[in-house]
Design a protein around this ligand. Structure first.
Ligand SMILES: Cc1cc2nc3c(=O)[nH]c(=O)nc-3n(C[C@H](O)[C@H](O)[C@H](O)COP(=O)(O)O)c2cc1C
Length: 290
């Protein structure tokens, strides 16, 4: 198989757009014609194919026929986009209604459009729709919260936790009243982890992947907004992520592949009601240099 990028000389107009989007692999020859360089570095992002107005490029790893034509009409205005962003809320109440497989596939397809390090497209998803597994996941995480509350209630436990995990402790202080209530059984009967959602999506990558965390979070954000377009609601559940990574029994329960790390976790379902307003968000904390 031909492993090189090719330019069809009969079609190429030497407009130079491919050189602009990909200087490592394209250049302009002394005759002013566009040429490919020996492939130095190619992430198979497909930008060269996508930008070429003459359809003159063939790429060994990106099929021209598989590229989707873009329509300017699909671009929302800033006002439409911001209005849509405001519609997303973290949802913690769901109808007792499963999310069909084909709808989940649409969510994951939106995740695939997210930016990712070196275009490796290595984000994996574990989609849990088995109610018994969701229940077990919630029960085990809740039990862990109770144990943590008990540890922190103990002055010695608190002292050592503070000493060895000062950053975690600072974050946990905020949750202490909730953990206390969980530990005292005051909230029993409620699913405080998966919120009785019919679906949870664990977004994971190889633990060693340097860009894994960011890749997963961008993908999850796309999924959250895609969910809004499909009448679904989502919530990021940080309380799931670390316990699954650290507890062997939980890893086995959700069948997390060996060597993988959950980077972020979502619950997904059909929300029970609509919000009438969007609460205000803090002003961006930005410093401008220049
Ligand atoms: C990293 C992260 C972890 C979160 N963990 C939880 C969680 O464990 N449980 C929960 O109910 N909400 C969780 N949330 C949702 C936040 O509480 C929520 O995004 C925030 O309160 C703002 O509300 P909004 O999403 O409706 O704008 C988490 C959000 C993020 C980004």
């Amino acid at each position: 198989m031909d492993e090189r990028i090719r330019i069809d000389a009969a079609r190429c107009t030497s407009c130079g757009l491919c050189v602009k989007v990909c200087f490592p692999n394209y250049g302009t020859g002394p005759d002013g014609k566009v040429m490919t360089r020996p492939e130095l570095f190619c992430a198979a992002c497909g930008h060269c194919l996508a930008v070429c107005p003459a359809d003159a490029i063939s790429h060994p790893r990106v099929q021209s026929a598989a590229c989707t034509p873009l329509r300017e009409a699909d671009r929302p205005s800033y006002e439409q986009y911001l209005g849509f962003l405001r519609m997303r809320r973290s949802r913690r109440e769901f109808k007792d209604q499963p999310v069909p497989r084909e709808v989940i596939a649409k969510l994951l397809a939106a995740g695939a459009q997210a930016p990712n390090g070196l275009n490796r497209q290595n984000v994996h998803y574990t989609v849990i729709t088995d109610r018994a597994v969701l229940k077990e996941l919630s029960a085990r995480v809740t039990a862990g919260m109770g144990r943590l509350a008990a540890l922190l209630r103990n002055p010695a436990g608190r002292f050592f936790f503070r000493l060895f995990q000062p950053r975690v402790y600072r974050e946990l202080e905020f949750f202490l009243p909730l953990l206390e209530q969980v530990s005292a059984g005051k909230l029993s009967g409620r699913d405080l982890v998966c919120y009785d959602a019919p679906c949870a999506i664990l977004v994971h990558t190889a633990a060693a992947d340097l860009c894994g965390c960011e890749d997963a979070v961008y993908a999850a954000a796309n999924i959250q907004y895609a969910a809004e377009t499909l009448g679904l609601g989502t919530c990021v559940v940080g309380f799931i992520t670390n316990p699954v990574n650290e507890d062997k029994a939980l890893r086995a329960l959700v069948r997390l592949p060996a060597g993988h790390r959950v980077q972020t976790s979502l619950v997904v379902g059909y929300p029970q009601f609509r919000y009438a307003k969007a609460p205000p968000k803090a002003e961006p904390q930005a410093d401008y240099v220049g």
